[in-house]
Design a protein around this ligand. Structure first.
Ligand SMILES: *Cc1c(COP(=O)(O)O)cnc(C)c1O
Length: 373
C-alpha cells in the first residue's frame, strides 16, 4: 500500500509552554476548576479583547448555553440562527426550551443574511444568534440595526472566529455576548473548552454563577439560588489554554498565509471558487474553503473522494440544520443548501508545510484538468 503521507484537515500545534504549565498543575495538585490557571487564562483572554474579565467554560456549547440562560431566554421564546452552521449553535437554544428559527445566509460570506431578521421576526423572537462561519465575520452593522429595531439581543457564536474582526472590532464583542470554543480542531485548543465575553458586567457575573452550579458566593454553606451547571473549565485545560493563547498570533498569521496561498494559486484554476474577505472583514481563515462550480462537471462528493485517494483530507460544509432530523421542517433555504452542496474546506493546519499545500493545490488543478472538456 503506502502512498504519500496523509495530509490532515487541521490538527492542533503545541510546542509552547503547555507541558511546563501542566506539570505545574500536577505538582501543585491543582487540576480541577478554580485553580490559578483558570483566572490567568480568563484574564489573558479578556485583556486580549480589551476587557478586564471573561468566564472560561468546559466547552463552546456550554458557553452558548450559559449565554442563553444568562439572557433569560427560555420556553416560548424564539431565537433566529443561521441554518448553515454546526449543530451546537442550535442545540443550546433547545436546551433552554426556546425554538431556533433558521435563517438563510449570504452567498459570499456564508454568514447570516441580515434581511432574514426582518423576514423571520415575530412577537416571540428574543434574540439573534450570529455565527462567524469558518472564521469570517457576519455583517454585524446590519444585524445590530435589525436587532435594535425589534429589541432583540445579539449573541455571537464566535467559536470559529477567535482573532477575526469586523471593521476593526474583535469578534465576540460585536453583540451583547460572545462565545468561543477551544475544541481540538479550533484555531487554538485546550482539548475542550470555551469562553464567554461581554461588556455587561452583570451579565458576565450571571454566566459565572450559572457555570459554578449557581452556588451563592460568600458563604461556606451549600446554598444554590438557581438550577446551575457544572460548566467551569478545569485548571488542566486552562493551563493548556494559557500556553496556546501565548502563541495565538503565530497561529493566526500562519492561517492567513495558508489562505492567501490558496486564494492566489486557485485564482486561475477553473471550477473552484475560493472564499474571500468582505470589505469590512478580517477573517482568521480558520478553515479556508472552496465552492465547486457547475463548470467543473463533478460534484463536491466526487472531488472529496479524489482528494482522499491522494491522501488529502477535506471536510464538507455543515449540513444546514433545517435538513437534520431534530430540526427538520419543510421550508427551503436556497443559499444555505447550495453552499452545502458545493463547499469543501481544505487542509489548513497551522504547521501545514508549503510542499504539502502544493500537493493539495496540484490535486485540485488535476481534478480541474481531468474534468476539462
Ligand atoms: C465548535 C463549534 C461549537 C461548539 O464548540 P464545542 O467547544 O465543540 O462545544 C459551536 N458552534 C460552532 C459554529 C462551532 O464550530
Amino acid at each position: 500500500m503506502g502512498g504519500p503521507p496523509r495530509i490532515p484537515l487541521s490538527t492542533p500545534v503545541f510546542g509552547g509552554r503547555e507541558i511546563e504549565y501542566l506539570q505545574e498543575c500536577i505538582e501543585t495538585g491543582w487540576v480541577a476548576a478554580g485553580g490559578p490557571f483558570v483566572r490567568k487564562f480568563e484574564d489573558a483572554f479578556a485583556a486580549r479583547h480589551g476587557l478586564e474579565r471573561a468566564v472560561a467554560t468546559n466547552s463552546g456549547t456550554a458557553a452558548l448555553h450559559l449565554a442563553l440562560r444568562a439572557l433569560g431566554i427560555g420556553a416560548g421564546d424564539e431565537v433566529i440562527v443561521p441554518a448553515l452552521t454546526f449543530v451546537a449553535s442550535a442545540n443550546p437554544i433547545r436546551y433552554v426550551g426556546a425554538t431556533p428559527v433558521f435563517a438563510d445566509v449570504e452567498p459570499d460570506t456564508y454568514t447570516l443574511d441580515p434581511a432574514e431578521v426582518e423576514r423571520l421576526v415575530t412577537e416571540r423572537t428574543r434574540a439573534v444568534m450570529v455565527v462567524h462561519l469558518y472564521g469570517h465575520p457576519a455583517d454585524m452593522d446590519a444585524v445590530n440595526d435589525a436587532a435594535r429595531r425589534h429589541g432583540l439581543a445579539v449573541i455571537e457564536d464566535a467559536t470559529e472566529a477567535l482573532g477575526s474582526a469586523y471593521r476593526g472590532e474583535p469578534c465576540g464583542l460585536l453583540g451583547q455576548i460572545g462565545c468561543f470554543s477551544f475544541n481540538g480542531n479550533k484555531i487554538m485548543t485546550t482539548g475542550g473548552g470555551g469562553m464567554v465575553l461581554t461588556r455587561d458586567d452583570d451579565l458576565l457575573e450571571r454566566v459565572r454563577y450559572l457555570s459554578l452550579q449557581a452556588r451563592e458566593p460568600g458563604t461556606r454553606e451549600y446554598v444554590h439560588g438557581d438550577v446551575g451547571f457544572n460548566y467551569a473549565i478545569s485548571n488542566l485545560h486552562a493551563a493548556v489554554g494559557l500556553a496556546q493563547l501565548e502563541r495565538l498570533d503565530l497561529f493566526l498569521s500562519a492561517k492567513r498565509a495558508i489562505a492567501a496561498r490558496y486564494r492566489e494559486r486557485l485564482a486561475d484554476v477553473p471550477g473552484f471558487r475560493v472564499c474571500a474577505e468582505a470589505e469590512w472583514a478580517h477573517s482568521n481563515f480558520w478553515l479556508p474553503s472552496v465552492l465547486v462550480q457547475d463548470e467543473l462537471g463533478r460534484d463536491r462528493v466526487a472531488v472529496m473522494a479524489d482528494l482522499l485517494s491522494l491522501g488529502i483530507d477535506t471536510r464538507p460544509f455543515f449540513t444546514p440544520l433545517h435538513m437534520l432530523k431534530p430540526y427538520q421542517h419543510v421550508e427551503r433555504l436556497p443559499v444555505a443548501e447550495d453552499l452545502h452542496a458545493r463547499g469543501i474546506s481544505l487542509p489548513a493546519s497551522v504547521d501545514l508545510k508549503p510542499d504539502d499545500q502544493d500537493r493539495v493545490l496540484d490535486a485540485l488543478a488535476g481534478v480541474a484538468a481531468a474534468a476539462a472538456p
